[in-house]
Design a protein around this ligand. Structure first.
Ligand code: NAP
Length: 472
């Protein structure tokens, strides 16, 4: 692939390999840009801002509508590429492309609705001779740094609303999965985006990402990735705005009145989709002690049905993790849990990038499989007695992205909704539930700010006040 800088497709002085996590074979390469080149990129993006300013809301709407059409036309090509670079199953990859079309379409619609409001100046003493309003204006050059697990839809959750709001955007995809971004940028340009409205930079996060973060002409960083990198970015921001979509060790509570026939397959999917590499994967299950045995009796056979294998084979349920190192790290965490008294109920094995779907129980709370983000196909199931106790366990986490509760009791559901410290409580479903229009984001170590085009546009714009003094 090439990078796209200052309105031109370029190659780097060097490049880096992109591997297929399924068989470790090279599927492409990407330019290894340097921090010096980032300065040039930012210069182009500032010119891009002027180009974006010349577009009306309606023109931005049209460009994004045409981009959605382009994504539809290229959907199978995009799905195949996503499957190859992430190792996600072709079904998961097709699902990501459909969601990406939704994200762009929603952003295009929101482009039409960006507006300010009247400010009632004459409500302030001595301001009876003023009327006025504020507009919502683009924040400026936006740096968008994205993770490996959803290279298309998560890039679009940044790029599409930022463009809808009239900004210019510099996209820096994860080095493991940069290839889809090139197709995305080409589609945006074909749809009529001004040539410098988007830039695409590739290279090491610590160099290229960090240079974007530190550049004073970049007005905002929108980041999705791990807590450690998020923390580091926050330290380097200087005077710029940031949104942080970080990790989680998401939990679901299963009350004794839960409809297990609905809960079990959903929890299985929430724990093992994309080999557990979803920021809202189910990592912890708290099952009421009266149904705990029934839960496991139903759950373990369902987990054993999961078919791992070639992601491009339409019958495969679960592909590999992103790399053999990631799988080895997860295995170490499982071994630690077992050493500390946890029981392995199924799975646990690792081969190359593949990890078997793994279920543990009786794991001490401070073991890494429970207390940190596993980002692997594993889930810890523990029993509890009282709902208060389960809520306390859910909250004993550095993270707070989403949580789920299965119950038929409205009061209990609402108690969980009020008391669980997360960005979203999902009642009678898994924390992994997300549709692209909803406000999405976390509290505590899970981040700052919200995505979902309508909410992201709030983040990507700022109010500009106009006050008019008149003679009575
Ligand atoms: P990561 O290692 O944190 O990397 C994310 C991005 O940051 C990559 O583009 C990376 O570039 C870049 N980066 C690395 N070091 C940097 C630095 N010092 N300055 C600026 N940028 C830097 O995350 P990942 O492994 O790709 O993705 C998994 C993580 O993302 C998990 O924690 C997951 O929960 C989180 N996630 C969160 C959400 C959400 O919406 N909350 C959604 C999906 C994923 P390189 O690849 O070149 O290092």
């Amino acid at each position: 692939m090439k990078a796209y800088v200052n309105g031109r497709w370029i190659e780097g002085e060097g490049d880096f390999q992109v591997l297929n996590p399924y068989n470790n074979q090279q599927i492409g390469s990407a330019p290894l840009l340097s921090s010096q080149e980032v300065r040039e990129v930012v210069k182009g993006a500032r010119e891009g801002l002027a180009q974006m300013e010349s577009l009306s809301r309606y023109e931005r709407y049209q460009i994004l509508q045409r981009t959605a059409q382009g994504l539809k036309q290229d959907s199978e090509k995009l799905a195949q590429l996503l499957s190859l670079e992430v190792g996600k199953t072709i079904r998961e990859a097709r699902g990501e492309v459909s969601r990406a079309i939704q994200t762009v379409t929603l952003s295009s619609e929101e482009a039409k609705r960006i507006s300010g409001e009247v400010v009632p100046f004459d409500s302030a003493p001595g301001s009876g001779d003023r009327i006025g309003f504020y507009l919502r204006v683009p924040i400026g050059v936006v740096g968008a740094i994205t993770p490996f697990n959803f290279p298309l839809n998560l890039a679009l959750h940044k790029v599409a609303p930022a463009l809808a709001a009239g900004n210019s955007v510099i996209l820096k995809p994860a080095s493991a999965t940069p290839l889809t971004s090139e197709l995305l940028c080409r589609l945006l340009l074909q749809a009529g985006l001004p040539p410098k409205g988007i830039s695409l930079v590739t290279g090491r996060g610590e160099e290229v990402g960090e240079a974007l973060v530190r550049d004073e002409k970049v007005r905002m960083i929108t980041f999705t990735g791990s807590l450690d990198v998020g923390r580091r970015i926050m330290q380097g921001l200087g005077l710029k705005k940031a949104t942080m979509e970080l990790g989680s060790n998401s939990a679901v509570i299963v009350e004794k009145d839960a409809i297990l026939s609905e809960a079990l397959p959903r929890i299985r999917d929430g724990a093992f989709a994309l080999a557990g590499q979803v920021c809202i994967s189910v990592q912890r299950v708290y099952a009421h002690k009266e149904i705990y045995d029934d839960f496991l009796d139903g759950f373990i056979p369902l987990v054993r049905e999961i078919k791992s294998g070639d992601p491009l084979d339409g019958t495969t349920d679960m592909g590999p993790m992103i790399s053999p190192q990631a799988a080895r790290r997860a295995k170490e965490w499982v071994d630690e849990a077992i050493d500390r008294g946890g029981k392995l109920l199924t799975g646990g094995g690792v081969k190359g990038s593949f990890m078997e779907p793994t279920v543990l129980t009786e794991v001490p709370r401070d073991c890494r499989v429970s207390s940190q983000e596993a980002f692997a196909p594993l889930v810890v199931v523990n029993p509890y007695g009282e709902l208060d106790e389960a809520i306390e366990e859910v909250n004993k986490s550095i993270y707070g992205l989403q949580a789920g509760i299965y119950t038929q009791d409205l009061d209990r559901a609402l108690k969980a909704a009020r008391r669980i410290e997360v960005g979203g409580v999902i009642i009678n479903d898994i924390p992994t539930f997300r549709v692209d229009l909803m406000p999405y984001g976390g509290v505590k170590g899970s981040g700052l700010g919200r995505e979902g085009p309508k909410y992201a546009i709030e983040e990507f714009t700022e109010p500009k006040l106009v006050s008019i003094r008149f003679h009575k």
